[in-house]
Design a binder for this molecule. Structure first.
Ligand code: SF4
Length: 301
């Protein structure tokens, strides 16, 4: 199959990935890897709990978001991954009528269930999500040079793929913005344990993490309270959902982000949140990957 015929490339045209995690080499059964193999559980039923301090954490989050709108105005943007934390933030933006725009990255490798949230946000909240996609020619070049699923061959190739499909479009998404809002939480992983409400992203912008102090139970408690739309893959033991070939379900006792790039021992970050990862800096180049220039030098984070 040529690069042009690749489903991973053609998906860029129609805005939906055609592969599932089961198609990727080295992938394990997404459902079978989770507790209660094959069961269709409910993340709300499993995780939602009213824990002490929830109301105070929620109030601080609302205040952080109000202050972002006041301080940055139209310069602020929610960069949503469409994961459940980001859906909570979108609900808060809509509920409190905050003038904050929404944008997301469609890498061409996302699950259909993830992309389906874009019209669900429009229908539920009347908000548009601006979608940023990779440069088609860069993806073609990368696939021709490295194959369709090079990410499992080396960390460098995986990061190069993230560079083409995530970092370059993120760079365009953030152009002209002074602040961006993410769903990072301290509880998500050891390298996110110090996430503050506000931080310098190292590129002249302020990164806002309004759920920094939220617990997993808080997130699902809020979803239950306000019937927030969410990705049904969360019901299949995928707490952290990224591109389909690079996401699997986690098992009982596994780390929250264990299902992301599970074949690696790295810090489980793609470079979008450089201050909480071991991603290469903008001046470092993957040593073995054949990439476009944007993958190694054009990324802002
Ligand atoms: S998460 Fe996987 S498929 Fe997505 S951009 Fe990164 S390496 Fe490529």
């Amino acid at each position: 199959m040529s690069a042009e015929e690749s489903p991973l490339v053609s998906s860029l045209d129609r805005g939906a990935a055609t592969v599932s995690s089961l198609d990727a080499p080295g992938a394990v059964s997404a459902i079978g890897a989770g507790p209660g193999a094959g069961a269709k559980g409910s993340a709300i039923g499993l995780y939602a709990r009213a824990t002490p301090g929830f109301d105070e954490r929620l109030a601080r989050t609302v205040e952080v978001l109000r202050q972002v709108a006041a301080d940055f105005g139209p310069g602020a943007l929610q960069s949503t991954s469409l994961g459940v934390e980001d859906m909570v933030i979108t609900d808060l933006i809509a509920r409190h009528h905050l003038p904050i725009a929404l944008a997301t990255l469609d890498t061409g490798m996302l699950h259909d269930e993830t992309l389906a949230l874009i019209p669900r946000i429009r229908n539920r909240y009347g908000l548009e999500v601006e979608v940023f996609t990779p440069v088609r020619e860069q993806v073609l070049h990368f696939v021709r040079a490295n194959g369709e699923f090079p990410m499992t061959r080396s960390v460098e190739l995986r990061k190069a793929c993230c560079g083409v499909r995530k970092l370059e479009p993120l760079s365009r998404m953030l152009t002209g913005r002074s602040a961006w809002i993410t769903g990072l939480r301290r509880e998500q992983s050891a390298n996110r344990a110090d996430v503050p409400f506000r931080e310098d992203d190292g590129q002249g912008r302020t990164k806002i993490n309004p759920l920094a102090e939220w617990r997993w139970a808080d997130v699902w408690h809020y979803v239950q309270l306000h019937d927030v739309p969410y990705n049904p893959l969360h019901d299949q033991f995928m707490p952290s959902i990224g591109c389909a070939p690079c996401t699997r379900a986690i098992a009982v006792g596994e780390d929250f982000r264990a299902g992301r790039w599970w074949w690696e021992d790295s810090a489980k970050e793609c470079g979008l949140h450089a201050s909480h990862s071991d991603a290469p800096s903008a001046t470092e180049s993957p040593t073995s990957a054949t990439t476009t220039s944007h993958a190694t030098s054009g990324a802002p984070v």
